[in-house]
Design a protein around this ligand. Structure first.
Ligand SMILES: [Mg+2]
Length: 332
């Protein structure tokens, strides 16, 4: 059997079964957005790791290295945000072909430094190794969250509202615009930025966690249609998502129109928006909306949590329910 035969998420579960021996300080181990460790004191330590691989995540001459550096830190910070935490320290592992331009690498590090300054995180170490083929950038990020404010993918309860920050579909639309530079659509630059240099919702994640009103949270990296199912799996619940309620990034309907897809398909399955999806009792939704409005970020209810026996559903614009299936990005 090959790695590709197993699939990304079963692979993670399988490997976790091999090394998942528990220490008493492991609050959350393999299978959430980040690990959470109780080392004593009033805060939990959060740890996550993510890579950017040439040919898989980026094409060397199609993303400015400065933006790639920002992105490398941003995608990791999004996972820390999903636990309700803030990022603090980063380690960077570089696997590089010897002929790589030094200017490119220094620009990458300028971007990394800029994003670190913006998020309050410092790069404190790393490693360099020779690559046989292509650039591999790997970043490990530590963060912290106060005890009692940790949010995981587990914890959603039937009757909770499903809420998302910001807007969806913008990253997928930006990716399409990269591939169709001749297309004339409004909000073009904003969509390209959503794709190339996403903004992790760290302040929003902290505000949601500090409110202690939310029950579960995840960041939207693979696409809402896939990521919400992780919350269902970990929480042991069903869900109903209303396609018409998905908040669209400005310009997404134009790109959808040109690319022959429905706007909601980009929002549901496009991935890489790095917004936060969270659940909370309906009675808490207004308070959460106000807290995030103070940060200039919209919160939109997109569905509701169901008892597990009621299943997982997508309600189409014509009101027809169809089974919700994970169709977001997976590596294998
Ligand atoms: Mg994540």
């Amino acid at each position: 059997m090959r790695v590709r035969d197993v699939g990304e998420f079963p692979l993670i579960a399988r490997l976790g079964g091999i090394v998942g021996r528990r220490r008493v300080d492991v609050v959350v181990g393999i299978g959430d957005d980040a690990a959470a460790l109780d080392l004593g004191g009033e805060e939990l330590l959060l740890l996550t790791v993510d890579s950017q691989v040439e040919g898989v995540h980026f094409v060397l001459d199609r993303i400015p290295p400065r933006l790639l550096g920002r992105r490398l830190l941003a995608v990791n910070a999004s996972d820390i945000a999903a636990m309700g935490g803030e990022p603090t320290h980063a380690l960077v592992s570089l696997v590089l072909p010897p002929e790589l331009e030094l200017d490119w690498l220094e620009e990458l590090y300028r971007g990394l430094g800029e994003e670190g300054d913006r998020l309050g995180a410092a790069v404190v170490g790393g490693n360099v190794a020779r690559s046989g083929d292509g650039v591999v950038l790997d970043l490990t990020l530590a963060g912290r969250v106060p005890q009692g404010e940790l949010l995981t993918r587990a914890g959603a309860r039937p009757g909770d509202a499903v809420l998302v920050t910001g807007t969806l579909g913008g990253a997928a639309a930006g990716l399409w615009l990269r591939e169709h530079p001749e297309a004339d659509v409004p909000y073009r630059d904003a969509l390209l930025t959503r794709h190339l240099a996403p903004t992790p919702r760290v302040r929003e994640g902290r505000a949601i966690a500090a409110s202690r009103l939310a029950t579960a949270m995840i960041d939207l990296s693979d696409g809402l249609g896939s990521d919400v199912l992780h919350v269902c799996d970990q929480s042991g619940v069903g869900v109903r998502v209303y396609v018409e309620n998905l908040p669209l990034t400005p310009g997404v309907p134009h790109v959808a129109n040109l690319s022959g897809r429905a706007p909601w398909e980009l929002a549901l399955y496009g991935g890489e928006d790095f917004e936060l999806l969270f659940t909370a009792p309906p009675s808490a939704a207004d308070a959460l909306r106000e807290r995030l409005a103070a940060l200039g970020t919209a919160v939109t209810p997109v569905g509701e949590v169901l008892p597990p026996s009621e299943g997982r559903w997508l309600v189409l614009p014509d009101g027809r329910p169809v089974p919700l299936e994970g169709r977001g990005f997976t590596h294998f």
